[in-house]
Unconditional design. Structure first.
Length: 184
């Protein structure tokens, strides 16, 4: 049985062997496959462009409904903090002081980048609060790169209220800087 198995193994070609050592018929077939694949790639690229245009069109059609929904939400006290605290993933990101701060969140908007697939913005709108001066904090999430990254509006913290400020901890009589992870 092992003799049959070794006879059926497919030869693996090295980089230099891939384009040479084929008979004329095989070489012609490979070139035709390459032409077909290039056509498929062109169609896929066109499809991506068309899909992007359709997504952009429907994002514009959704906008008035998002605005209407935000207007309705504004009539519900503590809507956003309640939604965030009841979300299984988001609620785990917050400590007590961040939760208190998010009681001042009045509106949240998500907007995709123009090309849709490379990222999006989240805009957090806040009422006057004891934590920071910003009325709007924008977070940008860039997904188009190998490692997704985020950027945020610089937050203008009020005196003694910087929730993201590293704290000093004492362990074994030594002080060391401890960088806190924060929602902000």
């Amino acid at each position: 049985m092992s003799g049959d198995l070794s006879a059926r193994k497919i030869k693996r070609f090295s980089e230099s062997e891939r384009s040479s050592d084929f008979d004329a018929a095989t070489q012609k077939a490979l070139e035709e496959i390459d032409v077909c694949q290039n056509e498929i790639d062109n169609i896929n690229e066109k499809a991506s462009e068309d899909i992007l245009k359709i997504e952009q069109k429907y994002n514009q059609l959704r906008k008035p409904f998002f605005e209407k929904r935000n207007q309705i939400i504004s009539n519900i006290p503590n809507f956003w903090i309640t939604a965030i605290m009841n979300h299984p993933d988001l609620s785990t990101l917050l400590d007590d002081s961040e939760e208190d701060c998010l009681h001042h969140l009045t509106k949240l908007e998500v907007e995709e980048f123009e090309d849709i697939k490379s990222g999006y913005w989240i805009k957090f709108y806040f009422e006057e609060n004891p934590y920071f001066e910003n009325a709007v904090i924008t977070k940008q999430y860039h997904l188009g790169c190998a490692t997704p990254k985020s950027e945020s509006t610089q937050i203008i913290w009020r005196e003694g209220c910087n929730l993201g400020q590293p704290s000093e901890t004492t362990r074994g009589g030594r002080k060391r800087r401890y960088e806190m992870k924060t929602f902000f």
